[in-house]
Structures are given as C-alpha cells and as structure tokens.
Design a protein around this ligand. Structure first.
Ligand code: GRF
Length: 203
C-alpha cells in the first residue's frame, strides 16, 4: 500500500511509520512526505530514509481550495493510496476530505470522542481524567471525527504534567499508527457508519 504522509513539524509519528515500513514483512511503503512548512523536522527524517519529500507552503495559496488542490495533485501524482495525517496542522476542506474518503487517516492524542482539538494533555489534566490515550481514525469533514480504527489507553499519574503525560501518550502513538496502517493494508477493516469491525484477528 502506498502511503502519503502529511506533516507540519517534528514528525515523530512519521518516523514510526518510516521504521515500520523498513521491516520486510510490512505491507506498506511511504511514497511521499508532504509538508506545509519548509523547516519541518520530519522532512529531514524522510530525506534520511531516502523518501521523496515535497513542500506546499499554504502562505503561497490564495485560499484553502487552491492549497488543497495542490496537495491533492501531488499525492495523486505520487500514486498515493492512503493519506496519513501525522501532525499536519492545517484544516482540510470538505472537498479534499471527500476526495479521500475512507482513504485518509489521522492520529490524535486523546481517546476520541473525548478531547478533540489542541492541548489535549493539558485538558485531560485539568479535567482530572484518570486515563487518556490516543486514537487513529478515518478522517471526516468535522475535525477529529470519523470511524475509529484503533485506540491505546494511557494512565494519568499523580505527578504528571502535560509534558510527562504527552510523552507517555506519544510512545503509544508510535506503536498505534503502524498497527492501524497494517490493518488497512491487509484489508482487514470494514466500515459501517462510524463503526469498524476487524476481521482475521489472529488471537
Ligand atoms: C502528535 O501528538 C499527534 O497525535 C498529533 O500531532 C502530534 C504530532 O507529533 N496529531 P509528531 O509530529 O508526529 O512528532
């Protein structure tokens, strides 16, 4: 399965996918890494792994439609079959999202549908949650909504601050994203409304 990864920054989830794809039995490869920021650290990670990169600077486009059209064009030109949002900090237009319906996934640092949006770890602590985690889901036009593919639960500890909690969640993200990609590549998911069933579980 050919992946196109959209990033804006650090790219640690991208790195997890790069590492997963390096295993000979992993059923996916990264065809293109696209960033809206030329200085995104993730671009260096991709280059170091010999993966094609491309920058589409949103500031050079008059509106979101023309920016998204350029993203779409480059993804299709690279033969991308599954778009993986990995810390991509731009909202995508409904047209783009519909064009990649059931072929675009996102990783979010909370147990959706709780804590959509930004600053999830700060808000988990503020709310006194005992557990939080991360979610990989198919993308729908509404932000952080869509069928949930996989989640991992992480405990909140008494001594946590946002940084320590975020680091514990991030370690789980790095396992969860490759797992979700594998399930898709092996065609083991079926989507009915918001619900996903996994077939062929080996345990
Ligand atoms: C991650 O926490 C991810 O869940 C969120 O943005 C962050 C990206 O981090 N969507 P990185 O760029 O993958 O290191």
């Amino acid at each position: 399965l050919k992946l196109g990864c959209l990033i804006s920054g650090r790219g640690s989830n991208l790195q997890a996918l790069i590492d997963a794809c390096a295993a000979p039995d992993f059923p996916a490869e990264i065809a293109l890494v696209l960033s809206n920021k030329a200085d995104a650290e993730g671009l260096e990670r991709a280059k170091a792994a010999g993966i094609a990169t491309s920058v589409v600077n949103h500031k050079e486009y008059a509106d979101r439609d023309s920016f998204d059209a350029e993203l779409d064009r480059r993804l299709r030109a690279a033969g991308v079959e599954l778009v993986c949002l990995a810390g991509f900090m731009r909202l995508l237009t409904d047209g783009f999202v519909e064009g990649w319906r059931d072929r675009m996934i996102n990783i979010h640092p909370s147990l959706l549908p709780a804590l959509k949006g930004l600053k999830t770890h700060e808000r988990a602590l503020e709310a006194g949650a005992r557990f939080t985690g991360c979610t990989v889901h198919y993308v729908r036009p509404e932000m952080d909504e869509g069928p949930i593919i996989a989640q991992a639960v992480v405990p909140v500890l008494d001594e946590d601050d946002a940084a320590s909690l975020g680091a514990r969640v991030l370690a789980e993200e790095h396992k969860l994203y490759p797992l979700a990609v594998r399930l898709i590549a092996e065609k083991r998911l079926s989507i009915t409304g918001n619900r996903i069933t996994v077939t062929g579980d080996k345990n």
